[in-house]
Write a protein that binds this ligand. Structure first.
Ligand code: UDP
Length: 252
């Protein structure tokens, strides 16, 4: 039996990146994974948080939010409640860690790149779509610094993308939509680089403990999904993709 939307178990939803989606941010990407849509922007600020002052190092920080109408029932704006909930905190930290892991913070100098991921429509996998889209926005923002002579080389060491996987009705599934996510007994989010290395592995078997062999099956699916996503990032970045360098020794 095929999935709710007719996909194979190891098939991604249709993925689309639209670069330069908004005007003011140095990097701005609409990422769509099926019905999930997230606007990811990257804006450069010429200062760093106090703990990095006079270190020569820069910072990447991420914020995440969902528009009230992005979910099936209206989601109250966190700003009107006056506090950020735990899920949002967890997601924005995850996005920040994922992106910092592929950026040479010494190479961006004393600057902060603010990455904002705003979900305009949620149908599962918003945090993973945010990471995958934000990376493309980050490349565009870094390239502005390169083009205007502020940087000598691209401060990115690797590509990074993320995907969800899970066990739904006994099947290992790649890239869960909301309906699948809500039935999943095990669900995971995996962040990886283009070198097929893991940046972050988040998983829970709260409803049904999972075995090591389940984990291996799921990681194999995630590898496949992330490899495909990174190919798509490369394609949409065109010649910029080749400017994303491997690790170099000249920075410390
Ligand atoms: N969701 C929702 N309201 C919320 C949080 C989540 O409708 O306040 C839906 C949304 O479709 C989301 C999905 O539940 O994509 C799965 O949420 P989860 O917390 O697992 O994060 P995600 O998979 O989006 O990273």
């Amino acid at each position: 039996m095929s999935r709710i939307d007719g996909r194979k178990n190891d098939e991604l939803r249709p993925v689309k990146f639209t670069r330069n989606y908004t005007k003011h941010a140095q990097g701005s990407v609409l990422v769509e994974m099926g019905e999930t849509k997230v606007i990811c922007t990257a804006m450069i600020e010429d200062k760093v948080p106090p703990f990095l002052k006079n270190t020569g190092k820069g910072w990447i920080t991420a914020e995440y939010s969902m528009l009230p109408s992005s979910t099936q029932t209206r989601k109250i704006r966190e700003s009107s409640r006056g506090k950020i909930d735990g899920r949002t905190q967890e997601i924005q930290r995850l996005i920040g860690r994922a992106l910092r892991s592929v950026v040479d913070l010494n190479a961006i100098g004393e600057r902060t790149i603010w990455v904002d991921c705003d979900v305009i429509q949620a149908d599962g996998g918003t945090r993973t779509a945010s990471i995958t889209g934000a990376f493309v926005a980050l490349v565009d923002a870094a390239n502005i610094l390169l083009e205007n002579g502020s940087l000598k080389r691209m401060p990115l060491k690797n590509f990074v993308s993320a995907i969800s996987i899970g066990i739904v009705e006994g099947k290992y599934l790649l890239d869960l939509c909301y309906e699948e996510d809500s039935k999943a007994k095990v669900d995971m989010n995996i962040v990886m680089t283009d070198k097929e290395e893991f940046i972050e592995v988040q998983g829970t078997g709260e409803e049904a403990p999972f075995s090591k062999s389940d984990l291996m099956e799921l990681l194999t699916l995630a590898e496949k999904g992330n490899a495909a996503l990174i190919e798509m990032q490369k394609e949409v970045l065109g010649e910029l993709a080749s400017k994303v360098l491997g690790p170099t020794e000249e920075t410390t």
